[in-house]
Design a protein around this ligand. Structure first.
Ligand code: GLN
Length: 372
């Protein structure tokens, strides 16, 4: 059967296990390598594609039709984006079953035009379910995506392994960035590639936010006289971030309230003596259940992680299990018993996803005012 490609060019996905998948190219013509991961989110592609945690990854969206509500114009509150998670597309490439032109009044461009304008290759008209089945049974693997080109020597692109690259060098700001609030209280956000959804939740609670480069040390952080510190999400393998882990440890000497989210939760775990390991294929979706052990309530939450605390034995000493994932038993959050530290592996800010757990930010605010 001949493939009709509406953008006029073909595309390919090569998987590390030797599989070659042919489809249609869209977005920018180009070839890129990355770890192939999938999300089962039904919506929220503007947020997912701009989430810096996806740096170094080729994202497969399992929802069968992507692009129908287009791409909005950027909107901001006090410099914080309210409808994207960062300034640019972060994924290395995008794979979908079908991409479509938009049918929405506030769309400024199509998914195709957006990828084109940002130089990101897309692949459509492929069986995304077969890719997911492979990734689920073999575990995540590296891949090469090509749009408008054939992949002649895929191995050439696969010399570097995702787990060995510190992607925060691409996603962390080079100098501090300030977003003013109205309470006079400052929170420092250690920004390894923080989602604007996290900044927005902090801003809504009145804090002035100082985003500092990922590797800022504890005394430089304390120079801002913060009331609390947030270690946010970010890309790649947390075990490579020794400097950030050391800074976290030093910061605990000040006994300042700390909230760790996703990569921040992993850094906190490693700093406090726990273990974080690679998962087989991770959690990426906007409908993942977590159980709050303290209340026995289940919440539906947003996830995007490929590493995690895989069992209770890997929790840091002196920490109390807070959230657990009932699907696979992995740890989704802990509370320190002696220091004011709380962490979540999931994303309490959602974006995209349900806002069931934004109360985690209220809990952090209470910790901050108790400490004031
Ligand atoms: N969203 C995140 O912060 C992801 C953390 C880490 N890069 C992981 O994949 O597990």
């Amino acid at each position: 059967m001949t493939l009709y490609c509406k953008r006029g060019y073909k595309g390919y996905l090569y998987l590390e296990d030797g599989t070659l998948i042919e489809g249609c190219g869209f977005g920018a013509k180009g070839i890129r390598a990355g770890e192939v991961v999938f999300t089962t989110s039904m919506n929220g592609y503007p947020e997912s594609l701009t989430d810096p945690s996806y740096r170094g990854q080729i994202l497969v969206i399992t929802h069968p039709l992507v692009g129908n509500y287009g791409v909005p114009e950027k909107q901001r509150v006090e410099g914080i984006l309210t409808n994207f998670e960062s300034e640019q597309i972060q994924v290395e490439g995008l794979v979908v079953a079908e991409e479509t032109d938009p049918f929405k009044w506030n769309s400024s461009k199509s998914l195709h035009e957006w990828l084109l304008s940002e130089g990101v290759p897309g692949l459509s008209d492929v069986d995304t379910r077969s890719i997911v089945k492979k990734v689920r049974s073999r575990g995540v693997m590296m891949g090469v995506i090509a749009s408008g080109y054939e992949i002649e020597d895929p191995k050439k692109f696969l010399e570097k392994k995702y787990d060995e690259i510190d992607f925060t060098q691409f996603t962390s700001p080079k100098a501090p960035i300030v977003h003013l609030g109205n309470t006079g209280e400052t929170i420092v956000v250690v920004d390894c590639g923080v989602k604007h959804g996290i900044l927005y939740q902090l801003h809504q609670r009145g804090f002035t936010i100082v985003r500092v480069p990922c590797k800022f040390n504890a005394s430089k952080i304390m120079d801002y006289y913060p009331k609390g510190v947030v270690f946010g999400n970010g890309p790649g393998n947390p075990n490579l971030l020794q400097e950030v882990i050391e800074n976290f440890k030093e910061l605990t000497e000040y006994k300042i309230p700390i909230l760790g989210i996703c990569l921040g939760h992993q850094v906190a775990t490693l700093a406090m003596g726990g273990k974080v390991n690679k998962m087989k294929f991770g959690h990426r979706a906007i409908n993942k259940p977590v159980i709050d052990i303290s209340s026995n309530k289940c919440y539906i939450t947003t996830h995007n992680h490929g590493y995690g605390i895989l069992s209770k034995e890997d929790l840091p000493p002196n920490s109390k299990l807070w959230f657990i994932n009932p699907d696979d038993g992995t740890i989704e959050g802990w509370i320190h018993e002696k220091l004011p530290i709380i962490t979540t592996q999931f994303h309490p800010e959602a974006r995209p996803g349900p806002w069931d757990v934004t109360w985690v930010f209220d809990k952090f605010k209470k910790m901050v005012s108790r400490n004031a």
